[in-house]
Design a protein around this ligand. Structure first.
Ligand SMILES: Cc1cc2nc3c(=O)[nH]c(=O)nc-3n(C[C@H](O)[C@H](O)[C@H](O)COP(=O)(O)OP(=O)(O)OC[C@H]3O[C@@H](n4cnc5c(N)ncnc54)[C@H](O)[C@@H]3O)c2cc1C
Length: 462
């Protein structure tokens, strides 16, 4: 470990901020993390009703751009009968994309540690049955040669395809099962339903990433909090400081160089400041005048992704489903892009997930929508039907098996959607000493992977 002696202030203890703090501590920097909430993890947070007040759950959702439009039974009954006792719930559906860009355990291996992950291939839900995995060996032999030259092509070809929409690519290559693969995977890779916004380059990069490394999806045993708590432990045990309940009010910049951060306790000087807040909120903390107009205009125009999630607790699940994850596409739902793609995941139903009491099976699911649709009750009602219908296709008697269901809606699942119309900012900003990490930043993967990879990129820059 080389002691560099520079001081770093990290604003936000989400996965991106915690990973950056961990990696920079390893490099010998003095690191202080400022977190406005009383806990670490940001959007990668698991709620545990045995140690947290269940009444706080809705409040917690609202802090992270979420609401709870539906539940079964109603929320008051869930509270009064303590139906969630013994379960751990993430803020909403979480499965971490796999393949070569899934890097959280590469970070932990540097710390001689790891997070236990459940992994699954992706299956596909049909009208009355399912395929697992999605593509049989026969399918692969038949259809892959059509696109293999694209999937395996180099970065220069991918770059040329960056501005070609999946709508165009599907019209060109999409026949039979290949069409289905491209329609479903491009949407699930980006959490966007509108094929005209999805980049072909990005889709093929992600498909290429899935050809090596872990299975296509993974889920941390014990929930998402397992990752953030482990990172926070490492930071605290290695001389880093995490200041909870300490919102940063301002990132102080002077003559195009970062100077430090301002909190209620006054100004604290840092050589480097790393922002992990939603990038659209950056100019609440830093004076716009420190940045070129084009940078400000771009950042302010960026949009996130949304979804309706559902957590179902069932008293019985077909053993053939346990541990597996399934995709579906529902046609003509009337959302942006018309068709809606989603996932139903039984990794959390595995007894090894550690998320449900004995004899309880937790199933998590989500269906993609836009941030605006995630705030529209009429659209959400239709999406709830879509989720229930697809669970019913897998478990025809699920209503008789249901103990409870909660349906959180989210309008900032990804901080910034990875689409043709959104150009994510890089890790380095135009202000000297100010860097960005998190899922709003240009880095491989989306969601958790993007946040982790952005921190790994920062590590190489300092
Ligand atoms: C419901 C839901 C489902 C998701 N599903 C998936 C999934 O299936 N797969 C996947 O890979 N990703 C998923 N994501 C996205 C994933 O959770 C995020 O990409 C990931 O948590 C990375 O977040 P981050 O580090 O960019 O920042 P965040 O988690 O947003 O952390 C930012 C932190 O900054 C803090 N903060 C903000 N302002 C201040 C301030 N002024 N001062 C101090 N601190 C501040 C916040 O409190 C927060 O802790 C999902 C997200 C949600 C909400």
């Amino acid at each position: 470990m080389v002691k560099k002696g520079l001081s770093v202030g990290v604003v936000g203890a989400g996965i991106g901020g915690l990973t950056a703090a961990t990696l920079l501590l390893r490099k010998g920097f003095d690191v202080t993390v400022f977190e406005k909430e009383a806990f670490v993890g940001g959007r990668a947070l698991s709620f545990d009703p045995s140690s947290q007040d269940l009444a706080e759950y809705r409040n917690l959702l609202s802090k992270f751009n979420m609401s709870l439009p539906f539940s079964e039974p109603d929320w008051d009954t869930i509270l009064s009968k303590k139906l969630l006792s013994g379960y751990t719930l993430d803020l909403g559906f979480h499965a971490i994309g796999g393949g070569a860009a899934s890097n959280i355990n590469q970070v932990f291996s540097e710390l001689k540690d790891h997070v236990d992950m459940l992994e699954s291939k992706l299956g596909y839900i049909m009208e009355q049955d399912f395929n697992y995995p999605f593509l049989s060996m026969f399918d692969k032999i038949r259809i892959l040669p059509d696109i293999l030259h694209l999937v395996l092509s180099g970065e220069s070809t991918m770059k040329k395809l960056d501005n070609v929409s999946m709508m165009e690519t599907i019209e060109r290559y999409g026949k039979g099962k290949m069409r289905l693969v491209l329609e479903v995977f491009s949407r699930v890779i980006t959490t966007v339903n509108d094929l005209s916004r999805i980049s072909t380059g990005e889709t093929f990069r992600s498909l290429k990433n899935l050809l090596s490394g872990s299975n296509p999806v993974g889920y941390p045993v014990g929930g998402l909090k397992s990752i953030s708590l482990k990172l926070a432990d490492f930071i605290r045990q290695n001389g880093g400081i995490i200041r909870l309940n300490t919102p940063v009010k301002k990132i102080v910049v002077d003559e195009n160089r970062v100077k430090g951060v301002l909190t209620d306790e006054g100004e604290q000087g840092f050589d480097v400041v790393v922002s992990n807040v939603l990038v659209q909120n950056l100019f609440k903390f830093v004076d716009k005048k420190s940045f070129p107009d084009s940078y400000v205009n771009n950042v302010e125009s960026l949009t996130g992704t949304g979804s309706l999630c559902a957590y179902y607790s069932l008293d019985k699940v077909d053993p053939r489903l346990i541990g597996k994850t399934f995709l579906f596409i529902e046609r003509g739902v009337g959302v942006e892009g018309d068709d809606a793609v989603g996932m139903i995941d039984f990794m959390t139903a595995s007894p090894y997930s550690g998320l449900a009491p004995e004899h309880g099976f937790l199933v998590q699911s989500y269906v993609i929508c836009t941030p605006d649709e995630a705030k529209n009750k009429e659209v959400l009602l239709r999406l709830r039907e879509v989720l229930d219908k697809n669970l019913w296709r897998l478990i025809p008697d699920f209503r008789e098996r249901l103990r409870w269901a909660v349906y959180p809606a989210v309008w900032h699942l990804d901080g910034v959607a990875k689409t043709i119309d959104n150009v994510k900012p890089g890790v380095k900003t135009p202000v000297n000493g100010l860097y960005l990490v998190g899922d709003c930043v240009k880095a491989p993967g989306i969601g958790v992977n993007c946040a982790v990879n952005s921190a790994r990129m920062l590590q190489t820059m300092l």
